[in-house]
Ligand binder design. Structure first.
Ligand code: PMP
Length: 413
């Protein structure tokens, strides 16, 4: 469909009716929620599913023969079944349910690291990574005597692909890169990144925490080895996330945590591990969140990720244009390919002070380093003000934000 036709058909008023929290006030003003990169609000379809879980299904999964345990297990596994086509994985058992992106990345760093990374091997990350995609690799490198390399970025916040090419070599074991930068909005050329890594014999983990809710992802077309994302950033509950991994790697990796669920048989002499995906799912999972994530996937799928992306992109362009009319405002992150995140600074004002004034006006934005301290160091700034746009935001939200920033500029500068 033509972009203009998509925009005309996207009924944001109807969408907003699904999100009860959007009708509340904050500090006496209607809430304008622009902190979606941190977490998204939840539609009533997800909230109702949570209530339904505790009133109709609550029971432990994968254990009991009794009715409740069986229907809870079916509902939990239905999410895995739904996730497979959502990311176009080849097999359901390649989908591991975790606590979130952070746990998914830690799992790969720990288990892939144990299986495949030796002294002198190399890991590549980028200058725009979230701390969750830096620290696990630092720890792995320290433990294994491996070397961490960082792909630099240009002033627009785009990866230096020539530098990336020159870092790759036969010692590179893993390239761990964010699909979309949470602080800058940059969409990285992941297909090319993956192909180059594979040519060098390295695996790739994509941090899709900021991509999964904006872009349709096909893990097989990308040929990515691992993909990590969180439910709470895609209109689902907190405490649930996903690790997709190619079967061949997951089978070759040792378990992450141990205990119940991840075993086939336990004897004091020896324990055998369960098959995928359960080998990586020790202990009682977050059952409620696991079940209700399916409703978030349904919600996104009904609207269509391409339609969502077109609508959000239109708002991003509008927001960028409008914010740039403020003379002292500077946008940080001006990549050609951008998702709906806009980070900015008012020259002469601390981002925190801008955030406090916006909060008084009922506008929720994120201020600070966004868990990307090395990135802030790269730009020689303490942090930014970040507005991150979701499918329920409107041009009126953007107008309110712009008026708020103008007010902050008048008060602070
Ligand atoms: N990576 C990126 C790019 C993120 O934006 C975030 C969340 N801000 C994370 C990782 C961590 O996600 P979670 O806290 O849900 O584990």
């Amino acid at each position: 469909m033509e972009r203009t036709a998509v925009l005309e058909q996207f009924d944001v008023d109807k969408v907003r009716e699904d999100f009860p929290i959007l009708t509340r006030t904050v500090n006496g003003k209607p809430l304008v929620y622009l902190d979606n990169g941190a977490t998204t609000q939840k539609p009533k379809q997800v909230i109702d599913a949570i209530v339904n879980y505790y009133t109709q299904l609550n029971s432990n999964v994968h254990r009991g023969v009794h009715h409740l345990s069986q229907i809870a297990t079916d509902a939990f596994e239905a999410t895995r079944r739904k996730l497979r086509p959502f990311i176009k994985a080849a097999h359901e058992h390649e989908i591991i349910l975790t606590k979130g992106t952070t746990e998914s990345i830690n799992l790969v760093a720990s288990c892939y690291g144990k299986a495949f990374v030796k002294t002198g091997d190399e890991i590549i990350i980028s200058a725009m990574e979230h701390h969750s995609n830096i620290v696990p690799w630092q720890i792995l490198c320290e433990e294994r005597g491996a070397v961490l390399h960082v792909v630099p970025i240009n002033d627009a916040g785009e990866l230096d692909m020539d530098a990336y090419r020159s870092l790759l070599n036969e010692r590179t074991k893993m390239v761990a890169i964010t699909y979309v930068s949470n602080a800058l909005g940059t969409i990285n050329p992941v297909k090319e990144i993956i192909a180059l890594a594979h040519d060098a014999g390295a695996s790739v983990l994509l941090d899709a925490a900021q991509a999964i809710q904006h872009l349709s992802i096909d893990v097989q077309a990308l040929d990515v080895d691992f993909l990590a994302f969180s439910g709470h950033k895609m209109y689902g509950p907190t405490g649930i996330g996903v690790l997709y991994g190619k079967e061949k790697w997951l089978n070759a990796m040792p378990p992450y945590q141990s205990g119940g669920e991840m075993i086939k048989e336990v004897a004091f002499a020896q324990t055998t591990y369960n098959d995928l995906p359960f080998k990586f799912e020790a202990g009682t999972p977050n059952i409620e969140a696991g079940i209700c994530l399916a409703h978030a996937i349904d919600y996104i799928s009904a609207l269509g990720l391409d339609n969502i992306a077109a609508y959000e992109h239109d708002l991003l362009e509008y927001a960028t244009q409008q914010l740039l009319t403020i003379p002292s405002l500077r946008v940080v992150g001006t990549a050609r390919e951008k998702s709906s995140v806009i980070s900015f600074l008012l020259d002469g004002a601390h981002p925190y002070d801008v955030g406090v004034i916006l909060d008084k006006l009922g506008i929720a934005v994120r201020t600070g380093h966004h868990c990307t301290q090395p990135l802030m160091d790269r730009f020689c700034i303490p942090g930014t003000v970040r507005a991150s746009i979701a499918l329920y935001n409107t041009k009126e939200d953007i107008d309110t934000l712009v008026a708020g920033v103008q007010r902050a500029a008048a008060m602070l500068l």
